[in-house]
Design a binder for this molecule. Structure first.
Ligand code: GDP
Ligand code: IMO
Ligand code: MG
Length: 414
């Protein structure tokens, strides 16, 4: 069976840390959606590694890492990320069906954002939306296309022609066909040896009893269908994406591990009911080093939204939950949890489509001194334990892991 790690909030929950910690006991780690908009951090003995496209199992020599068909790949970004690693032949596999982010996709992404002014989504500017747009419009270019440069040149020429109208509308300058082709040529030399049919690879692995862990990117509230549309990313970040983005079937998936912070953050624009604009929000931002792994932007910070987490757990069918960054709340006099919303004069515990009209109703808890580095549940201060127990009960999903520092080993397994 395959298991799945999925973000439950608005991304940056600590998926990288959990996938790395779990990967010790898996044979394959598979990314299934998103692209280098993701930034997954792993910390081992004080050394920090930020991964964007490479799956978070890469630090274990025994672990095979797969970039599935649902991922959109910027070849030059992937080349750059591969640089520090020694030969990954036999340890990295890239789907021949994965779509390619071309230079004009990121240009269009940034130009459209500028054009939207105060209505901007706050994208990472990596070209994710435009690349998925081409995929859905059935005019995208895939990794398999790198195998035939003659045909590829024609496809890129056609795409550039289609883009001309957008170039004029959004006021940016398209790259020349030659420059796009020469970029692709140098990437293809390095990347093609990794390109294969990863669906068949995963089916074979499963048939021979190998353990597979799927690694989600972004978070459930950024899902194109179930998130806070239009302030979302352009893929299905929830569990369903793991099937479409790998070729595994729903019944191949066993455990679904939802990852949430002990509080909540969001990068970019869009509704965020529990955002704290005061001292507590700033305290969390500084203690949690809440600045984007990919763009360096300050993350918006606020309280744990238990209603939204419950919704996301239902969407994903979470079998367990990991609560990350408990130590960031250390030293606060009180911590708050959103347990309902005030909406049209009523108290509700669901997410309305006009979510921006929902105002949080909080339950308050006494704070604690320190949980930093604790690995044994019995060593938790009683107020921290009460907080975890409350979240578990409210959300209705077992909390199997609590994280108490960025380090790989600093977790409480429950
Ligand atoms: P991801 O995108 O979900 O993988 O998360 P990011 O890597 O973007 O952001 C999570 C950040 O929190 C990273 O800098 C991690 O090193 C860090 N982190 C993860 N778990 C903990 C924890 O329990 N405590 C603290 N203080 N930091 C953590
Ligand atoms: P990881 O995997 C947090 C956000 C962007 C923006 C919206 C759309 O590290 O959790 P996009 O560039 O995808 O079109 O931007 O989605 N976003 C993320 N926020 N973590 C991420 O990834 C994100 N990837 C995209 O900030 O609001
Ligand atoms: Mg991240």
């Amino acid at each position: 069976m395959a298991d799945l790690v999925v973000g439950i909030q608005w991304g940056d929950e600590g998926k990288g840390k959990v996938v790395d910690a779990l990967a010790k006991t898996y044979d394959y780690v598979v990314r299934y959606q998103g692209g280098h908009n993701a930034g997954h951090t792993i910390v081992v003995n004080g050394q920090k590694i930020a991964l964007h496209l490479i799956p978070s199992g890469i630090l274990y020599p025994h672990c095979k890492n797969v970039i599935g068909n649902g991922v959109v790949i910027d070849p030059s970004a992937l080349l750059q990320e591969l640089e520090p690693f020694e030969s990954l032949q036999g340890r990295l596999f890239i789907s021949d069906k994965a779509h390619i982010i071309l230079p004009y996709h990121s240009m269009l992404d940034k130009a459209k954002e500028l054009h939207k002014k105060d209505k901007a989504i706050g994208t990472t500017g990596k070209g994710i939306g435009p690349a998925y747009t081409d995929k859905i419009a059935r005019s995208g270019i895939r990794m398999a296309d790198l195998r035939d440069f003659g045909a590829l040149e024609q496809k890129v020429a056609n795409a550039l022609k289609e883009m001309q109208v957008l170039q004029d509308r959004y006021d940016f300058v398209l790259p020349s066909l030659d420059s796009v082709m020469s970029g692709l040529e140098s990437s293809a030399k390095v990347l093609l040896p990794f390109v294969c049919d990863t669906t068949q690879l995963l089916w074979n692995a499963q048939e021979s009893g190998k353990k597979i862990l799927c690694e989600g990117a972004q978070g459930s509230m950024l899902d194109i269908d179930h998130g806070t549309y239009p302030f979302v990313t352009s893929s299905n970040t929830t569990a369903s994406g793991a099937c479409s983005g790998t070729g595994l079937a729903p019944r191949d998936i066993s455990d679904v591990i939802g990852i949430a912070k002990a509080y909540c953050t969001r990068v970019g624009n869009g509704v965020f009911p529990t955002e704290d604009f005061g001292q507590s929000g700033e305290y969390i931002r500084q203690r949690g080093a809440e600045f984007g792994t990919t763009t360096g932007r300050a993350r918006r910070c606020g309280w744990f939204d238990a209603v939204a987490v419950k919704y996301a757990c239902r969407l994903n069918g979470c079998t367990s939950l990991a609560i990350m960054k408990m130590d960031v709340l250390d030293g606060l006099e009180y911590v708050k949890v959103c347990t309902a919303y005030e909406y049209n004069g009523e108290s509700i515990t669901y997410i309305p489509t006009d979510y921006e009209n929902a105002k949080p109703i909080y339950t308050e808890f006494s704070g604690w001194d320190s949980v930093a580095g604790i690995r044994d549940e019995s060593a938790l201060p009683p107020n921290a334990k009460a907080y975890i127990d409350f979240l578990e009960k409210f959300v209705g999903v077992r909390i199997s892991l609590v994280s108490t520092s960025p380090e790989r080993e600093d977790v409480i397994m429950r």
